[in-house]
Design a protein around this ligand. Structure first.
Ligand SMILES: NC(=O)C1=CN([C@@H]2O[C@H](COP(=O)(O)OP(=O)(O)OC[C@H]3O[C@@H](n4cnc5c(N)ncnc54)[C@H](OP(=O)(O)O)[C@@H]3O)[C@@H](O)[C@H]2O)C=CC1
Ligand SMILES: CC(=O)N[C@@H](CCC(=O)OP(=O)(O)O)C(=O)O
Length: 348
């Protein structure tokens, strides 16, 4: 059995920590260098106390020399940092959890990120329908560079893409409201994320089409539809550490019945190991997907106003980041896609 050496840059952060949690259970991976920024020189056990088997590994500085000795490098670094590191790793498979290479439209990048465009890499969302008969996974097999999706785009794109791919919704008045756990904002100290601000309270942010995941969601849905799709996207912060619950809706095409829509989703996801269309009447919850690579979905048709409503739940750190990253690595290396990825959540 082939074993691949893997380094993680950003090992002290939330995304890097979750990548390591999954890699520790991966049968074909040997964890090598762990790197970070200001915490270089610290034992991982002092930074990520839940990663017991790696407690005595000392985190190193993030340099091309340290990282290039590996078959695979995961980058879990702030936006802009990963692009600089990746270009110095020409011979390594690089899986970037950051946003640097997610967008194919340079103007959209500059508008939403306000920095120079670095380019685009194959997008790491294997289950994403691309047109009627294809999925994004075909672009990931054997890839040497992969851009892992943002957490909101993962849950929301998988919620609506089958409907766009099948043409059962119209590409206008698409509305998405999603609540995220606070780990989505990373580990660094931010005043609006203090416990006293977040506990027992919910609030929106990035309202009015300005959140940087808006163009990423539009890119995914446009790819599915084969035509431009625009969305109204409103993120909200929820008083929980992990999870994203997204409520997504779009106008139904004339003459489409609730049974037709259910058939579309059953066909799109019936064979997907990580995407579960729940039985009628049961609704997704973040608690049920906690710590797993699963996406739970449920659909409803509001016949009174002719809209499709799709609710999705993911764990933002697992399927929304690290799980998507490891799943993409499996495809890039020609391994079984599900290796090392939890399909059971943690409850209660
Ligand atoms: N949290 C989430 O749900 C998701 C996060 N992501 C992406 O993953 C990436 C990491 O996010 P997250 O883990 O949340 O962030 P954190 O703030 O928790 O971690 C950031 C990591 O980057 C390291 N770092 C910061 N600056 C540098 C630098 N100049 N050189 C080397 N290392 C540096 C930090 O090291 P140190 O501690 O030593 O400073 C730390 O390990 C981001 O691009 C984020 O957008 C993607 C999807 C979802
Ligand atoms: C709750 C929260 O703050 N979430 C983050 C998104 C996390 C994510 O997916 O990050 P990247 O696109 O940066 O990789 C945000 O809204 O900025």
């Amino acid at each position: 059995m082939q074993v691949f050496s893997v380094a993680v840059a950003g090992a002290s952060g939330y995304a890097g920590g979750e990548i390591l949690r999954l890699l520790l259970a991966h049968p074909q991976v040997r964890i090598g260098a762990l790197t970070a920024g200001s915490s270089a020189g610290t034992r991982l056990g002092d930074l990520q106390p839940h990663l017991t088997p790696l407690a005595d590994v000392v985190v190193q500085e993030t340099t091309p020399q340290v990282l290039s000795e590996h078959d695979v490098v995961f980058l879990a670094l702030p936006h802009g940092t990963s692009a600089q590191v990746a270009e110095q790793l020409p011979d390594t498979v690089v899986i970037d959890a950051g946003a640097d290479f997610r967008l194919t439209d340079a103007d959209a990048w500059e508008q939403f990120y306000g920095s120079p465009y670095a380019g685009s890499w194959p997008y790491g969302l294997p289950e994403l329908p691309v047109g009627t008969d294809s999925k994004q996974r075909s672009a990931l097999r054997g890839a040497r560079r992969i851009a892992v999706p943002g957490c909101y785009p993962t849950g929301t794109s998988l919620a609506l893409a089958p409907a766009f791919a099948a043409g059962v919704v119209a590409a206008r008045d698409v509305v998405i409201v999603a609540a995220s756990g606070t780990s989505g904002a990373g580990k660094s100290l931010k005043p609006h994320l203090l416990g006293a601000e977040v506990m027992g309270s919910m609030s929106p942010y990035g309202v009015g089409g300005v959140h940087r995941h808006t163009p990423e969601i539009e890119q995914n849905l446009s790819l599915a539809a084969g035509a431009p799709v625009t969305v109204s996207f409103t993120p909200t912060l929820a008083p929980m550490p992990r999870g994203i619950l997204a409520t997504c809706s779009a106008p139904l095409t004339d003459g489409v019945s609730p049974t037709d829509v259910r058939g579309v989703y059953e066909k799109a996801y019936g064979d997907e190991p990580f995407v579960q269309l729940l039985p009628d009447g049961r609704w997704p919850s973040t608690g049920a997907v906690l710590g797993s690579n699963n996406v739970q979905l449920q659909i409803a048709v509001d016949e009174r106003i002719g809209r499709l409503i799709v609710v999705s739940a993911i764990d933002n750190l697992t399927k929304g980041t690290a799980g998507g990253a490891v799943q993409s690595m499996n495809l890039a290396l020609g391994l079984e896609e599900t290796l090392g990825l939890p399909m059971t959540g943690v409850a209660p």
